[in-house]
Write a protein that binds this ligand. Structure first.
Ligand code: 0PR
Length: 368
């Protein structure tokens, strides 16, 4: 039993980021962290009571609109990418004109879409990806039909960071009169610094997910759901009979003010130059690590944004985990490193030094 006089905060420490290599979350920007703490007790669900946090959310959505090329953005700060993706499917189903709705995307869709489809009773049709992990567009075209209410493109896939062909997927959506959603949960804060076509200004995108609590450097919980037309948000609204407001479009009711407040603070501090500089750094780190794996004879999936996946043998992976590296594998069993702001070059050098030490100790070195 612990001493009942001691405080939980004296006894428990959060995960140190020094060895975290496979997470899309990162250290919160200091100003965003300060704002998260200040506004964690305020709930934007009650605008009549908590006025300031509602204003912060409005400003956060406006700035997110700038990031995604939308002049008049409609949306809100969600609990994360999963909620934003659920809302995209929900609005598409509400506005679609069919009794048997389906949604089409690639196998690279985040597993949260499976939850969305399950809850909303929408059939999820996933086109295969090829050996380079790219979506087969012919197959997407074949899967889309008159009952398709939503086509999804991922701008930065979870496992490899691949930017799917957004304009082409948008054309397929238009050809069957379906809504087009882009999941830029991971990629959205990197992509403005690249040449990729991914946002509202580049393709007929209707809705988008972009997560401040990933590369946006805001506090958890902060996802972003954005829509081109206000009707898409209105389609989500339910009546709220006993409040002064008449309707609510969010999925959850009580919401933490930490998300909107820290999102606004992070964007104010980092958009656009801070995010661009972070991307350049993380991209260079990803390339550096990919080269380090290649030099050691491992197959590497070329990083498209900031994710490196390498075919490292299981015994080597296990030994690196034992050394305290917080690493995860892809579905194909590759070691997957997500270069986020907390992942410094120094950290990667120390990781590669451990990799070399482990290779000496195991058969993995010989096998590679
Ligand atoms: N869409 C994409 C493209 C994602 O990569 C993710 C999260 C989501 C949606 C869902 O976002 P939320 O987790 O905010 O609902 N992908 C991460 C993953 O599966 C989730 C994650 C994030 C896991 C941080 C661990 C972690 O520390 O790897």
């Amino acid at each position: 039993m612990h001493d009942s006089n001691s405080r939980a905060s004296d006894r428990f420490d959060p995960q140190d980021f020094d060895r975290v290599l496979s997470s899309m979350c990162t250290r919160t920007h200091p100003e965003a962290a300060a704002m998260a703490r200040r506004f964690m007790d305020d709930s934007p669900a009650l605008p009549e009571v908590y006025e300031t946090v509602v204003e912060l959310e409005r400003r956060a959505v406006d700035l997110l609109g700038e990031v995604v090329g939308l002049d008049e953005p409609h949306g809100y700060v969600t609990t994360g990418g999963t909620e934003a993706n659920i809302q995209a499917m929900r609005t598409a189903r509400a506005l679609g004109d069919t009794e048997a709705p389906n949604a089409v995307g690639s196998e690279a869709l985040h597993f949260g879409f499976v939850k969305a489809a399950d809850m909303l009773d929408v059939q999820l049709r996933l086109a295969p990806t090829d050996e380079d992990n790219r979506v087969d567009l012919t197959e997407v075209r074949r899967l889309a039909d008159e009952d398709t209410v939503l086509v999804v493109g991922v701008a930065g896939t979870t496992e490899y960071g691949i930017v799917e062909p957004i304009p082409e997927l948008g054309e397929i959506a238009a050809s069957v009169d379906a809504q087009f959603h882009v999941d830029a949960a991971y990629g959205g804060f990197f992509l403005p610094a690249t040449d990729h076509d991914w946002q509202f200004g580049h393709a007929p995108v209707d809705t988008m997910t972009i997560d401040p609590h990933k590369a946006g450097q805001a506090a958890i919980p902060a996802g972003g759901f954005l829509a081109r037309d206000v009707e898409m948000l209105d389609a989500l609204a339910v009546d709220t009979p006993y409040l002064e407001r008449t309707s609510e479009a969010t999925l959850t009711t009580t919401r933490s003010g930490a998300g909107p407040a820290s999102t606004y603070a992070a964007l104010e501090a980092l958009w656009p130059d801070g995010y661009e500089a972070a991307y350049e750094r993380e991209r260079a780190n990803a390339e550096w690590l990919a080269d380090a794996f290649r030099e050691r004879g491992y197959d590497v999936v070329d990083p498209e944004l900031t994710i490196v996946a390498a075919d490292v043998p299981n015994d080597v992976f296990e030994r690196l985990s034992e050394k305290g590296w917080r690493i995860l594998r892809t579905g194909e069993d590759e070691l997957r490193v997500v270069c986020m702001p907390h992942v410094t070059r120094e950290m990667l050098e120390s990781f590669v030094a451990d990799l070399d030490a482990v290779r000496e100790e195991t058969t993995g070195g010989a096998a590679a």
